[in-house]
Design a binder for this molecule. Sequence first.
Ligand code: ZN
Length: 311
Amino acid sequence: MKNSKMNPAKIVIATLTLSLVLASCGTPSVQEKAEDVKTHTFSNGETLNYRHVDGLIVSDDIIVGTEQEFPGMIDRYEEILVARKDPEAQNNKVSPQGVGIIKNCDINFFFTTCQDSRWKDGKVYYSVDNTFSQTEKQSIALALADWNLRVTGVKWIYQPSAPNRVAFTRETDPNACGHSSIGYKGGVQQLRLQCFKQGVIQHEMGHAVGLFHEQSRCDRDNFVTIQWANIKSGYSGNFNKACGNTVSDYGTYNYKSVMHYGAYGFSSNGKPTIVPKNGVALTDIGQREALDAGDISAINKMYAAGTVKYH
Ligand SMILES: [Zn+2]
């Protein structure tokens, strides 16, 4: 329903997946330089905005993969796009070895295989680099403690020797507050930070467990209007919607989500890029105080919805 109530909501990775995404850590204090941003256009017209940071490829505050992995990721996705257009191409490539049903799995650039990107049993193991100061470590510890106190479905567990874990590391990109992958990747995945407000830390933690940006919800057009003309050149891909079989909108739209962009994210001219509907004020979106009750219920729901087995 459309209204101005701040109901729990959110978009989340469903069982298998993830899709396009992107967006900002929402903190306007750090501006990305447009000249650093590249755009890759896939053969189906989809676009991906990205930058190089410390050997990684990032798209807004989302870590796409390493520079080494990136060309292969593009090739793999292009092969899938070709096979979709021409099923024969796929048949010629792989010798048939059986017969069976196909998986109902909507492949996208970020996830070219069907896999469950949730953390097994809702347990996220983590480590914290020693490069952080005591004060910074304390901010991270407080954000973690608040999460573990309020979120029942996903717990962060300090285990620096865990082979599959989130490593809190220092963000060195002067243009970003932080970066994170979306969901479980396997191995040591970075959660990079250089802003230590609780809401910023929990925003990146939200990505790490599988949340997309709130305004990427498939139903967002009922709740906000994207002002395309005000978006900085090269950044419109950050405002893509995440729709498809592998992504779910949970609950209703939540303007108060810690995962929501601010009204002026990626503005080229000081005018809003996202205008809320339903009488909601511009200042009522994009909070970075802490996880909202709707964020918490979305995370719990995402991890309770378990028809697909974990990775
Ligand atoms: Zn983000």
